[in-house]
Ligand binder design. Structure first.
Ligand code: PHE
Length: 456
């Protein structure tokens, strides 16, 4: 007989775990970059629209699939749509989990190194010219980033083998509040810097002349990535939700938390960057934001008080480690639960297989900055290939299929029952939800896909 499935022990734990999955490098690294690249406040407004108009319905779909099936993401489709090809949606999710995890831990590993550099005060006295050199020396080094990556994967592994309640839920309840506190301190510090005004203006005064369809599509792609949609991470977590949890309220809370943290990351980074003399409008904030621009920002912005530079840098890298960890936990869980439930492995064995595989693939991704730099497919290094295929291809395709599945295939009654907890909660807007899932979300996602493939 199958062992009893674990469940999250409390509503708070469930919401924090799912919010932990959502809040990650996507919020603190990718969101500010996209905001910088796409013109600031106007992008943010469109992004918020995408979160609530499309992200929220797709998140509800993942919740409905997960909680009604009580299965890992691949098993869920087998159970809800037996004998059909929908099972491939779940399997695609598992594959996506593997791929994202393998490159995500490389960047997550870098944050460990940067936290270490901050802790040992190695940024002190450096100038803008030093930081690209520090980063390039580190990232191209054959073994240092690998050590960091291995540490990160094992941290994740440690939480996963403890299980759903004692591992994921317990650690989410510790890490997420810590993350809120850190974000809050950093926002206050950043906004109070002399010269922060221009950064604030950039975030708050929309310039709609910059908006075009590509900006809107970027906003939507970012919303998907940031909410962890499209690969069954939230579907897997929802399968551990208690029947009492209101799915719509949980989804709303997660969207709010995720958006708030992304905005706050903006309020940490842009005011500090303008205080340090960066010109935001001209795209000074580039892809190397976290590892080249920011350490310099922290040095320059607090040049008069070195202790503040020290504290700010250290807290910031700790913050990213926490955020990334709660996300890798969810990526890991998708694959671990799949292997335990579909192949009958013990949890520890399944986790080990995923951990070791990701470590190996992660090493390849990491080495693609150094010795394996020359290996390219379609002009992309191994790291870029993993990143590009997962965020631009696999997640949108997964998200589109998920919304089509709930919009067209699942019985309306089942969706209603899940969303009302079998008639005990009021539900408004089911028709609108189904309409969005049938037409709006799939078409919008198709737009992102074509945009990513440069077919627009
Ligand atoms: N949402 C995570 C982030 O913002 C990334 C992620 C995507 C995690 C998909 C799990 C699944 O960093």
């Amino acid at each position: 007989m199958r062992p009893m499935r674990e469940k999250f022990g409390s509503k708070l734990g469930a919401v924090l775990a799912a919010a932990g999955s959502a809040v990650g490098l996507g919020n603190i690294w990718r969101f500010p970059i996209e905001t910088g690249r796409n013109g600031g406040a106007a992008f943010i407004l469109i992004y918020i629209g995408c979160i609530f108009l499309i992200g929220l319905p797709v998140m509800l779909s993942e919740f409905v699939i997960g909680r009604s099936s009580q299965c890992n993401t691949a098993g869920a489709y087998r159970k809800l749509a037996p004998g059909t090809q929908w099972k491939w949606v779940g399997r695609l999710g598992v594959l996506t989990g593997f791929v994202i995890m393998s490159y995500y831990v490389v960047v997550a590993g870098w944050t460990i190194q940067y936290a270490w550099l901050a802790l040992t005060n190695q940024f002190a006295g450096r100038t803008a010219e030093d930081f690209p050199v520090i980063f390039n020396n580190f990232a191209t080094n054959p073994w240092q980033p690998i050590v960091c990556l291995v540490i990160f994967v094992w941290l994740t592994h440690y939480v996963i083998v403890k299980g759903v309640t004692r591992g994921i839920e317990r650690w989410s309840k510790i890490l997420m509040p810590l993350l809120f506190v850190l974000v809050f301190i950093l926002v206050v510090a950043s906004v109070c810097m002399p010269g922060a005004g221009e950064g604030l203006r950039f975030l708050l005064q929309p310039d709609f002349s910059k908006v075009n369809s590509v900006v809107a599509l970027n906003a939507m792609g970012q919303a998907f990535y940031s909410l962890s949609l499209g690969m069954g991470a939230l579907c897997t977590y929802a399968s551990y939700f208690d029947k009492q949890i209101s799915l719509s309220r949980a989804a709303m809370n997660i969207c709010l938390i995720d958006t708030l943290i992304a905005l706050m990351a903006g309020f940490i980074i842009f005011p500090a960057a303008s205080a340090a003399g960066y010109r935001l409008q001209s795209g000074d904030i580039g892809a190397s934001l976290l590892f080249i621009t920011l350490p310099n920002v922290f040095q320059q912005a607090f040049a008069a008080v070195p202790l503040l530079s020290y504290v700010f840098s250290l807290l910031f890298y700790l913050l990213i480690i926490l955020a990334a960890l709660t996300s890798t936990i969810s990526l890991h869980e998708v694959v671990t639960s799949y292997m335990t439930e579909e192949f009958g492995f013990k949890r520890s064995r399944a986790a080990l297989i995923e951990t070791v595989t990701c470590m190996l693939l992660g090493c390849l991704c990491s080495l693609s900055f150094g010795p394996l730099r020359g290996i390219k497919l379609a002009g992309l290094t191994i790291f870029d290939l993993f990143d590009w295929t997962s965020s631009n291809l696999l997640l949108p395709i997964g998200g589109m299929l998920i919304s089509l599945f709930v919009g067209w295939y699942l019985k309306r009654e089942l969706v209603r029952n899940e969303l009302t907890n079998y008639g005990t909660l009021r539900l408004r807007g089911l028709r609108v939800l189904i309409f969005i899932l049938r037409f709006v979300a799939p078409l919008a996602i198709l737009g992102i896909l074509l945009n990513q493939l440069h077919l627009f």
